[in-house]
Design a protein around this ligand. Structure first.
Ligand SMILES: [Zn+2]
Length: 281
């Protein structure tokens, strides 16, 4: 998910007003939306729908054009009539793309606040610093910035008898029966390139070469930065890693299985590789 060009991420805004703006109110991982017209009037504004007293933990998210965006928490019992709570992942198809991306940032801002209330070194309550961007410990000086976990994604391709083929896999943890590129988290001391080679070897037992950077994207479930690559097959037979990959196959570009959602970096990576393969033919 990509933030719109008109959005400025901020940790605080000058002269914040408690009224107006776009409000991204969460209960756990669910966002408050209007039940009737999610696509038009995405989010409930406290002054209209939710009494401000029902909103806790308000955080600044940024400015959409001139409109301040806020994140906050709401209890399930305080959900007003005509509104409902929906998981962020399910909003991909009913909210405008740019609002999904801002909601993703709002969720990460709230998660940072929720998980950094006390110092991890000495357990003293943390204080806000760096204009809201960081938390620091007044006792031992520990400073924390929002956690971002780098992860890599790689789409391996090879030249088959009938044109280019894509290596797509079904992860054991995928909720829906889709095939996607391989992905995994970067480990301490590893470069992204090391991570790509290790994950491909671990998950499907193949060697790769010719890594090409494709793009990157924030993935706020809960705080990943997904960095996507293309790679060329260099050897080995497919062996799926038990517990991680239930199936992996070479697919010709004209016979692809169910693919990830169009808003995901995985899907953009696959679409790019397909277009490139068609140009190659
Ligand atoms: Zn401390």
């Amino acid at each position: 998910m990509l933030l719109p060009a008109s959005f400025t991420p901020l940790w605080s805004v000058p002269n914040p007003s408690p009224h107006g703006g776009l409000w991204f109110l969460f209960e756990g991982g669910r966002l408050l939306i209007r039940a009737s017209a999610a696509e038009a009037a995405a989010l409930a504004v406290p002054e209209g729908d939710v009494p401000p007293t029902e909103v806790t933990g308000t955080q600044c998210v940024g400015l959409l054009g001139e409109i301040p965006c806020w994140a906050g928490r709401i209890r399930e019992e305080a959900v007003p009539p005509g509104c409902e709570l929906e998981s962020l992942r399910k909003l991909f198809d009913c909210l405008p793309d740019e609002l999904v991306a801002i909601a993703g940032r709002a969720f990460q801002v709230l998660e940072f606040e929720r998980t950094h209330r006390h110092c991890g070194a000495c357990a003293t309550p943390m204080e806000v610093s760096d204009e809201g961007r960081a938390r620091h410990c007044p006792s031992c000086g520990e400073i924390c910035y929002p956690r971002i976990a780098p992860a890599m994604m790689v789409l391996v391709t090879r030249k088959g008898l009938d044109g280019r083929e894509l290596l797509l896999a079904r992860g054991a943890r995928f909720g829906t029966p889709i095939y996607s590129a391989l992905a995994g988290f970067v480990e301490p001391s590893e470069s992204l390139e090391d991570c790509v080679r290790r994950e491909v070897q671990e998950e499907v037992g193949l060697e790769v070469r010719g890594l090409r950077y494709f793009g990157s994207e924030c993935w706020p479930f809960p705080h990943s930065l997904m960095v996507a690559f293309l790679a060329e097959y260099a050897g080995g037979e497919i062996h799926c890693q038990e517990g991680e990959i239930t199936d992996a196959q070479w697919f010709p570009v004209d016979r692809l299985p169910n693919l990830p959602h169009r808003l995901s970096v995985a899907r953009r990576l696959i679409d790019y590789a397909v277009a490139e393969a068609l140009r190659e033919e």
